[in-house]
Design a protein around this ligand. Structure first.
Ligand code: 5GP
Length: 205
């Protein structure tokens, strides 16, 4: 390899796949936006995370989570099996460390759709992770979307909205903020972020 080829390779090819985190308040439309995003950029792999919550109608093992009992979850925590984990709405959720590391070591870019506490934990473990916050146009619109999906009780909606207000305060700790006003635009912006990050000069050792 010539000197120039080496400089070219080192500058733009990190040794492992990149890590992207997408967070945002409950009801903001993460799933809808990410579905459109993955159609446009299928080579970014989204991690299926683990949850102790009960399965909802229409869900199955691996769709959208791997479902564990609290004891099984604790065991995986003890075995350092999670890149991060958090209690969200009274249940545990965790990102399987091995899956993420395996993909990244193969050069695959990985996306985690996790809550804000999880995103901030990932940041403490990997400074190169890129954190993207999906924002609602307003808290009123978020409330309207939460009601429209009819999956929460009135009490749960009130708690989600309180949580949303504190999550929105964490936007300054994220790298990017994307407004989910029109789904296609939001998906397009996340795609633009990933493409831009792929062109970023790598400073990895
Ligand atoms: P739901 O149970 O309604 O699908 O998800 C509840 C919340 O948990 C969502 O904000 C989702 O992004 C978050 N979540 C899902 N998996 C994980 C995970 O592995 N870690 C963390 N910290 N949050 C997660």
């Amino acid at each position: 390899m010539t000197q120039f080829e080496k400089v070219l390779k080192d500058a733009t090819q990190p040794k492992k796949g990149r890590l992207f985190v997408v967070s945002g308040p409950s009801g903001v439309g993460k799933d809808t936006v990410l579905d459109v995003f993955h159609q446009a950029l299928p080579d970014v792999q989204q991690c299926i995370t683990v949850s102790t919550r009960s399965m909802r109608p229409g869900e199955s093992e691996g769709h959208p989570y791997y479902f564990l009992t609290v004891d099984e979850f604790r065991q995986r925590v003890d075995n350092d099996g999670f890149l991060e984990y958090a209690m969200v709405n009274g249940n545990f959720y965790g990102t399987p460390r091995e899956w993420v590391e395996e993909r990244r070591s193969q050069g695959v870019d990985v996306l985690l759709k996790i809550d804000v506490q999880g995103g901030l934990t990932v940041r403490t473990k990997d400074r190169e992770a890129r954190l993207i916050f999906l924002m609602p146009p307003s808290v009123e619109e978020l409330e309207r979307r939460l009601r429209a999906r009819s999956t929460e009780t009135e009490d749960q909606i009130a708690i989600r909205l309180l949580d949303a207000r504190s999550e929105l305060q964490q936007i300054p700790n994220y790298d990017y903020a994307v407004l989910n006003d029109v789904v296609e635009n939001a998906a397009d912006q996340i795609r633009a972020i990933v493409l831009a990050e792929r062109c970023r000069v790598s400073h990895q050792e």
